[in-house]
Design a protein around this ligand. Structure first.
Ligand code: 9MG
Length: 288
């Protein structure tokens, strides 16, 4: 399967690693805007050197309870980094729920919109649909980052996530967005308990029936902390275990902080033939 994005048609015959670039004050800030963008770009280069296939650039934290970032601030954080990273020659994703950020980033030449809100914000669908090749990741979230962890409840979390994603897929199709532009994400940690997240991992193959590639983000998430008893900075082993399990269960794209370790782990499982679609000579290296 392929993921059509603005500049690249990404071959998903093997799992791709999406490196996380958080352009938030707690990530890079040295107190100055130019310094922040330069530090973020150095981080992009580091992730690429470690083997990232895609960079996901975001200026607003989606952690539970995180404060919303005003539009002007998010634009000022994200656009200079997108602009600077365009020359790296890899697919650039912009992690945002704001239609104006989507539009401005796509105008600059960004390849993908990664929307934890599945293009539900007024104007978001139109913003993406207006760019005929832009890729999009539609993620399931129950509620919003401020409220989502207040007693989330489902009768059947996998069925309800699948129904939601199927519905969004239909809406995008009706708006003229080609299937090949769309990947789907069950949204680990977004309005789900530890048990919901683990059930989504166990039954992840059921989501493949939706017919589009799956993107999974397990990196450093609190479910890993709950299972291991580890603080966020100590979750590397848990993150790698979850990433491998997700890949084994059919994930096509893994959104991660720790690119080098994830790439190595995937190489070992790939070499052993443990991934569902091992890389073939015909597809090796093809990303366009
Ligand atoms: C922005 N962001 C944080 N976690 C994420 C996840 O699991 N998936 C996607 N698509 N984006 C995420």
């Amino acid at each position: 399967m392929f993921w059509q994005t603005t500049r690249f048609r990404i071959d998903l015959a093997r799992p791709r690693v999406m490196g996380i670039v958080n352009v938030t004050p707690d990530s890079f800030s040295d107190g100055g805007r130019l310094g922040d963008a330069a530090a973020a770009l150095r981080h992009c280069e580091q992730l690429l050197a470690e083997g990232a296939d895609i960079l996901d650039i975001g200026g607003e934290s989606s952690r539970p309870g995180a404060a919303p970032v005003p539009l002007a601030e998010e634009l000022a954080r994200v656009l200079p980094v997108v602009q600077g990273a365009l020359g790296f020659g890899v697919p650039l994703s912009v992690d945002t729920v704001k239609p104006e950020v989507m539009r401005r980033a796509l105008e600059l030449g960004a390849d993908i919109v990664n929307d934890i809100g599945a293009l539900l914000a007024p104007g978001a669908l139109e913003a993406v649909a207006a760019f005929p090749c832009a890729g999009v990741c539609l993620m399931h979230m129950r509620g919003d980052p401020a409220t989502m962890q207040q007693r989330p409840a489902y009768d059947d979390v996998v069925a309800e996530v699948a129904d939601f994603l199927a519905g969004r897929l239909q809406v995008l199709r009706a708006a003229g967005v080609d299937d090949e532009r769309i990947v789907l994400d069950p949204g680990i940690g977004f309005g789900k308990t530890v048990e919901h997240n683990l059930e989504l991992l166990r039954r992840q193959p059921e989501l493949l029936a939706l017919g589009r590639p799956l993107l999974l983000g397990w990196s450093r998430k609190s479910t890993l902390g709950a299972v291991t008893g580890r603080a966020v900075g100590e979750r590397l082993a848990g993150s790698i275990a979850a990433a491998l399990a997700a890949a084994r269960q059919g994930a096509a794209i893994l959104r991660v902080h720790d690119v080098a370790a994830t790439v190595d782990a995937l190489k070992v499982w790939g070499a052993a033939g443990l991934l569902p679609v091992p890389e073939s000579p015909a597809t090796r290296g093809a990303i366009r």
